[in-house]
Design a protein around this ligand. Structure first.
Ligand SMILES: [Zn+2]
Length: 259
């Protein structure tokens, strides 16, 4: 079976010996992983990783909680990274209202600038969306024309109704470890309700491992099979078939995965 992790972070000390970690991930059948940037430094780090390892791809962008680090000129650097043959998307970008001192205006502006950048480069976007359902929906609705090259809602946590509305607009959805947890009724309901050609798997490593490793650290892309098997069970689909569907979906959304 071939697996894919469409969203993980491999920039922490927890990675330890990188060649060993990458080998272990491959040994689990996880053939391709997309290392997500969340600021300039991690976008550059992920690019370097993709140059070193065949199955590693990357995204470049500013995460909403990291915009405080942004300096004028950084977006031009993100743009240059996006031209790399293994940069599959602009991300992760979006809105995150989780913390009380959130600069909502600043987040929105940075999100829009990066949606425009992705559109200009004909690249899909990887969207982070937490505690901001209404605003996210309205930004995406108002800027539909910027999403023509594809959008992934990663670690999707809003309601099934919102997922269906975004699906209408062409969005894809990836689910991680949390979708396997006891009590993850909402994620399961959404996985069951979406069209199978919009489903993807991710770990968002290193946090939120799947059920069998609940409460442990780190979560790694080695845990993709457990996440995929849970998805297959929820959908009532054979594991092998589910793996094929997800692998294919990823290549449809992220065209540069073929490089
Ligand atoms: Zn992430």
């Amino acid at each position: 079976m071939k697996f894919i992790d469409v969203h993980c972070h491999l920039d922490g000390d927890w990675c330890g010996n990188m060649p060993e970690l990458i080998k272990k991930i491959g040994d689990c059948g996880v053939q391709k992983i997309i290392a997500a940037g969340y600021d300039l430094k991690t976008s550059e780090f992920s690019k370097n990783l993709s140059e070193e390892y065949e199955g590693v791809y990357f995204t470049a962008g500013f995460h909403p909680t990291e915009i405080g680090k942004f300096k004028e000129g950084d977006l031009e650097k993100i743009e240059r990274l996006s031209e790399h043959e293994k940069c599959v998307a602009i991300g992760e970008i979006g809105l995150d209202y989780h913390y009380p001192d959130t600069d909502k205006e600043g987040q929105r502006e940075m999100f829009l600038r990066q949606l425009e950048l992705a559109h200009g480069k004909r690249l899909p976007v990887v969207i982070h969306s937490r505690d901001c359902a209404e605003d996210m929906l309205s930004v995406l609705k108002e800027n539909r024309e910027l999403l023509k090259d594809g959008a992934l809602l990663h670690c999707f946590s809003h309601s099934t109704e919102i997922a269906l509305e975004l699906q209408e607009m062409g969005a894809y959805f990836s689910f991680g470890g949390a979708s396997t947890w006891q009590g993850s009724k909402k994620a399961r309901r959404t996985i069951a309700a979406l069209s199978q050609d919009r489903l993807l798997t991710e770990t968002d490593s290193p946090y939120m491992p799947p059920k069998s490793l609940y409460g442990t650290f780190p979560n790694t892309p080695q845990n993709i099979p457990e996440i995929l098997f849970n998805m297959a069970e929820v959908r009532g689909v054979d594991r092998e078939e589910m793996a094929e569907i997800v692998y294919k979906n990823a290549h449809i959304l992220f065209k540069k995965l073929a490089n």
